[in-house]
Design a protein. Structure first.
Length: 167
């Protein structure tokens, strides 16, 4: 009787099965890490966009003219400081600036608390929408609410040159 040297078919199948499990776990882990990295990168970008909106508001506060904002309704704040309510997307309720794609941003002002809310949103993994919200409180802001009329501001503010800040 001769001894055969080598592996049996069952030993090879067990080895291949173990390798398949190891590669499957490694792939799943790397895929999850990639998604988390992408989500973190998107979140950081969304925060930067929202912070840019706050910088525009602060710029308007330091100007010589009294800025006007619609009260308690989303609006688009352009880089030149102009306010536009017609650019709001009816579905997402955000402004879609081509320079910030795929991010949408919407600003709103609550005159009773003198607080701006800036929402920056994006399409996250698994067809969900994710968002960050930043609040900016403007100290001593003054104004009166009005009934909104298309193309006209609802609130004129006398914003301070200093003070205020992120809430």
């Amino acid at each position: 009787m001769r001894h055969q040297v080598g592996d049996t078919i069952i030993e090879v199948m067990v080895s291949v099965s173990i390798l398949a499990v190891v590669f499957g776990v490694a792939f799943s882990s790397s895929n999850q890490s990639l998604q988390q990295g992408t989500n973190a990168s998107n979140r950081n970008q969304a925060i930067q966009i929202a912070e840019q909106q706050i910088a525009i508001i602060k710029n308007k506060e330091s100007g010589t003219t009294t800025p006007s904002y619609p009260s308690n309704t989303p609006f688009c704040l352009k880089s030149d400081g102009s306010v536009d309510t017609s650019d709001i997307d009816g579905t997402t309720r955000t402004c879609n600036f081509s320079s910030q794609a795929p991010f949408g941003v919407a600003d709103s002002f609550n005159p009773s608390t003198n607080t701006f809310t800036i929402i920056s949103s994006w399409q996250a993994t698994h067809n969900t929408t994710d968002q960050v919200q930043l609040y900016y409180h403007s100290l001593n802001a003054q104004g009166t609410a009005c009934v909104p009329h298309p193309g006209q501001p609802c609130l004129s503010l006398n914003l301070p040159r200093s003070g205020g800040g992120l809430v």
